[in-house]
Design a protein around this ligand. Structure first.
Ligand code: PEP
Ligand code: MN
Length: 337
């Protein structure tokens, strides 16, 4: 049940509506927009008549939320969510660049990459310390030591940190070192992990599963939001289709689709989306043109010797070129990078 309060509704009127929803068995989530407060009641909507709320003082309108996801739905926050971390806003006017290696490999590697991408205008450094690899024999990441290196390189270069959390036991260590906790494609439907992340007070970057629909992505976000963590950033990273000329099929159309269905910011990952360095720039340009709020891009100082995903990692110089191109594209769609 969604109750939209009138502009300037008094706190006492809002509280009466909350009390009524709670008395009916709803769990209430509150969203305060610039103009209106919206109350999302999640619960036994079945026989509740929206008119019961519409006649209450201070209420503008009331509807049943018809989509299977409630708090992720655009109607819950029509103005859109901006996730603010220090001076970085994800979902605002500026397209936020998140760049770095697939995996943290050494202090020297991460320092070189952090300095280069920061100089080019990235705001966030990415790098996996716990790696979900298809083979158990592949490099699995440096763990906490890798996170420490990532944090130090980020701090030296004025960057935020995004890094992947693979299971619940890793949440405390990720929360200690990272500013944004990434849920990888393979974990998009790890519902126990998502529920735990609902209790965390750090933004979550939730990647679309390899074969997930947009609706399933939004339902996964709903797990986190319903736990009370409203800072979710979605990520389109390509899906598996019959096409095999690229590693995955980058679903650019998911960006405007998500924008209309949900208030959550969405970023795009053209590195995993294509799997090929030479296809990353065109898909990055397309994602920004389609309205992405940011990009997550793999960059490596020596991709030919990278311990993971070298083939899709940009060289430092290519990242510089990408930034130059994106300045033009972003401006054309009323944004900046
Ligand atoms: C990654 O970002 O390094 C990663 C493993 O991505 P995904 O979960 O999209 O495969
Ligand atoms: Mn990778």
């Amino acid at each position: 049940m969604l109750v939209v309060m009138q502009e300037g509704a008094e706190e006492s009127q809002i509280q009466k509506v909350i009390d009524r929803l709670v008395a009916m068995g709803f769990i209430v989530h509150r969203s305060s927009g610039v103009m209106h407060t919206v109350l999302g009641g999640v619960g036994p909507v079945g026989d509740v008549d929206p008119a019961e709320f519409e006649v209450m003082e201070g209420v503008k309108e009331c509807h049943r939320i018809v989509s299977p996801y409630k708090l992720a739905s655009r109607s819950f926050k029509p103005g859109g969510t901006v996730v603010k971390i220090r001076d970085v806003e994800i979902g605002g006017e500026r397209v936020v660049m998140m760049a770095g290696p697939c995996s943290v490999e050494s202090r020297d590697q991460i320092e070189q990459i952090a300095a280069a991408v920061a100089r080019d205008g990235a705001r966030v450094i990415r790098g996996g310390a716990f790696k979900p690899r298809s083979s158990p024999y592949s490099f699995q990441g440096l763990g906490e030591e890798g996170l420490r290196m990532l944090r130090e390189a980020a701090d030296r270069n004025g960057l935020l940190v995004v890094s992947e959390v693979m299971d619940q036991t890793q949440i405390p260590v990720l929360a200690e070192y990272a500013d944004i906790l990434q849920v990888g494609a393979r974990n998009m439907q790890n519902f126990n992990l998502l529920r735990e992340l609902g209790q965390v007070r750090k933004p979550i970057l939730l990647k679309r599963g390899i074969s997930a629909t947009v609706e399933e992505l939004l339902l996964s976000a709903e797990y986190i939001l319903s736990g009370g963590n409203y800072e979710v950033i979605l990520c389109e990273r390509g899906i598996r289709t019959f096409e095999n000329s690229t590693r995955n099929t980058m679903d650019i159309s998911a960006i405007p689709v998500v924008k209309s269905l949900s208030h959550l910011p969405i970023v795009a990952d053209p590195s995993h989306g294509t799997g090929r360095r030479d296809k990353v720039l065109p898909m990055a340009r397309a994602a920004v043109a389609a309205g992405a709020d940011g990009l997550l891009v793999e960059v490596h100082q020596d991709p030919d010797h990278a311990l993971s995903d070298g083939a899709q990692s940009l060289r430092l110089q290519q990242f510089t070129e990408l930034m130059e191109q994106l300045r033009i594209i972003a401006k054309a769609v009323g944004r900046s990078v």
